[in-house]
Design a protein around this ligand. Structure first.
Ligand SMILES: Nc1ncnc2c1ncn2[C@@H]1O[C@H](COP(=O)(O)OP(=O)(O)OP(=O)(O)O)[C@@H](O)[C@H]1O
Ligand SMILES: [Mg+2]
Length: 357
C-alpha cells in the first residue's frame, strides 16, 4: 500500500512552535476550509513534539453530545486499572509513561465521583486544573480540542461553550498553566467566536489553508507528476490536499479530476433544483429566516469572474446556507469570502453559465 508522507506546513509549524515556546496566555483557534489539513497538521505535530510537552488531544468529530455525561465521556480517557483516588498521586504516576493519549486521563473512581455530582462542570474543571497543575511541574500541558463546534450550541444550564471559554481563559491568561487549541472547519462557529466579547483580546487565530501553488507543486513533484499533470491538478483541485491525493493515486489523473468536477456540478445543480421547490429555513441567533433561491444565485454569480468576494451587501440567510452546506468559506479575520475549494469555483462557473441561458 502506498502511503503519502506528511508534506510541508513549515510556516504553520513554526507559528505553533513559537506559541508553545512562550508562556500560555491566549487561546489559539485553528481554523480553515474543510479538508485543508488541520487535523493532519495537529496529529503530525503531536508526534514530533519534544518531551517537555504533554499534549492531550480530544476529537469531537462524530460524537453525539447532548448532556454532560456525553461530554465527560469524550473529554476524559478513563483509566480503569489505576486504583489511585487522589489527583496529585495519579498525575505523578501517569507522567512516567504518558504515551499518545486521547482525552484527559482520569482514574475510574475519580471519574465516577464527578459523574455523581450535581454541578458536574465545576468538578470536571477542578479536576482538569489540578491535573494540569501537577503535570506542569515537569512538562508543559497542551489541551487540543478538535471539531470544537460540535459543542457550539449545546445548552446544559446555559451554553456549555461559555463555561468552556471561561475555563480556557483561566488556564491560559490567568494561570498560564496550559496551552489551549480549539480547532474547527466551521466558519459560522469561528465567526461567532470572533464576535464573542468575552474572548476579545484573549485569543488568537491561526489559519490552516489549502496548500499554496508552490507547496502543491513540490508535493506533486515528489509523487512523480509531470509539468502537464501538475497544471491539471492545480486547475481542478487548487491546493486541497485531499483532492491532490486522490489524483496521486489515480491511474488516469486528468480523468479523475474531470470526474470529481462532474460530481460537484451535479451536486450544485441538485441544490439549485431543490431551491425551486423549497425555501430552506436558517436560524440566525434566535430568529428563523427563509432562504430564497434568487439570493443564493446572486451570491454564486459573484464568483463567475472572481475567487474572493467581501461580506458587504450579501443576503445573510443565503450566505449562512452556503457556508453551512460547505460551499462558501468565510474568514472572519479578514472578512473575505471564498469557495471551500477550487472544485467548487469551477462547478459554480459552469452551473451559472447554464442558469443564465
Ligand atoms: N500536510 C499534509 N501532507 C500530506 N497529506 C495531507 C496533509 N494535510 C492533509 N493531508 C491529507 O488530506 C486529508 C484531509 O486532511 P485533514 O482531515 O487533516 O483536514 P481537516 O482540515 O482536518 O478537515 P476537516 O475540515 O474535515 O476537519 C488527510 O486525510 C490527509 O491525507
Ligand atoms: Mg479535521
Amino acid at each position: 500500500m502506498k502511503r503519502i508522507a506528511f508534506h510541508d506546513r513549515e510556516r504553520e509549524i513554526k507559528e505553533i512552535m513559537n506559541i508553545l515556546d512562550s508562556e500560555p496566555s491566549l487561546i489559539t483557534f485553528v481554523y480553515g476550509p474543510i479538508n485543508s489539513g488541520k487535523t493532519t497538521l495537529i496529529s503530525h505535530l503531536i508526534k514530533e513534539l519534544p518531551d517537555e510537552y504533554a499534549p492531550f488531544y480530544v476529537n469531537l468529530r462524530g460524537r453525539f453530545i447532548v448532556d454532560y455525561e456525553d461530554f465527560l465521556n469524550v473529554l476524559f480517557e478513563i483509566d480503569e486499572i489505576s486504583g489511585v483516588n487522589n489527583v496529585t498521586e495519579y498525575s505523578k504516576s501517569i507522567l512516567k509513561d504518558l504515551g499518545a493519549v486521547s482525552g484527559i486521563p482520569i482514574p475510574i473512581n475519580l471519574f465516577e465521583q464527578i459523574f455523581e455530582k450535581k454541578d458536574k462542570s465545576k468538578d470536571m474543571f477542578k479536576y482538569i486544573e489540578q491535573f494540569f497543575m501537577q503535570i506542569s511541574k515537569t512538562r508543559t500541558p497542551i489541551l487540543i480540542i478538535d471539531e470544537l463546534q460540535v459543542v457550539g450550541d449545546l445548552k446544559i444550564d446555559g451554553l456549555l461553550m461559555y463555561k468552556l471559554f471561561n475555563f480556557f481563559i483561566r488556564l491560559t491568561k490567568e494561570l498560564h498553566l496550559c496551552h489551549v487549541f480549539g480547532v474547527s472547519s466551521d466558519s459560522l462557529f469561528i465567526e461567532k467566536v470572533y464576535s464573542e466579547a468575552m474572548l476579545d483580546g484573549r485569543c488568537r487565530y491561526l489559519l490552516v489553508d489549502d496548500f499554496d501553488s508552490v507547496t502543491a507543486a513540490v508535493f506533486l513533484e515528489e509523487h512523480g507528476f509531470t509539468e502537464a499533470e501538475k497544471a491539471v491538478a492545480w486547475e481542478y483541485c487548487g491546493g486541497k490536499p485531499v483532492n491532490l491525493i486522490e489524483m496521486i493515486y489515480a491511474d488516469n489523473r486528468e480523468r479523475i479530476a474531470k470526474d470529481m468536477l462532474k460530481t460537484r456540478i451535479t451536486q450544485l445543480k441538485d441544490l439549485l433544483d431543490y431551491l425551486d421547490y423549497t425555501k430552506p429555513r436558517i436560524m440566525i441567533g434566535d430568529d428563523e429566516y427563509m432562504v430564497e433561491k434568487e439570493d443564493i444565485v446572486d451570491i454564486l454569480n459573484r464568483f463567475v469572474d472572481t475567487e474572493y468576494i467581501d461580506d458587504k451587501g450579501l443576503n445573510r440567510p443565503a450566505k449562512h446556507l452556503l457556508i453551512k452546506d460547505n460551499i462558501l468559506f468565510f474568514d472572519p479575520h479578514t472578512g473575505v469570502i471564498k469557495l471551500q475549494s477550487r472544485m467548487n469555483l469551477l462547478a459554480i462557473q459552469e452551473v451559472m453559465k447554464d442558469e443564465k441561458n
